[in-house]
Design a protein around this ligand. Structure first.
Ligand SMILES: [Zn+2]
Length: 69
């Protein structure tokens, strides 16, 4: 059986992880806002996938990558 200290401890742990989740949602959106190669804005859809290059640079990067593969 959980006593009051355990309940309080669980409550604090939950509160901290909730706050951390919120903070991460606000401060570290997946992917970069700007392309790491050309500094152009990356479309929201690509950012949501955690991609850090714009479409042009990603295409170029993949093309170069396949040359050296
Ligand atoms: Zn780019």
């Amino acid at each position: 059986m959980a006593d009051e200290a355990d309940i309080a401890n669980d409550y604090i742990t939950n509160a901290i992880s909730y706050a951390l989740d919120k903070w991460q949602q606000n401060n570290s959106k997946p992917g970069a806002k700007l392309c790491i190669d050309c500094n152009e804005d990356i479309p929201e859809a690509r950012r949501a996938l955690g991609l850090s290059r714009c479409i042009d640079c990603a295409t170029e990067w993949e093309r170069r990558g396949s040359l050296f593969a």
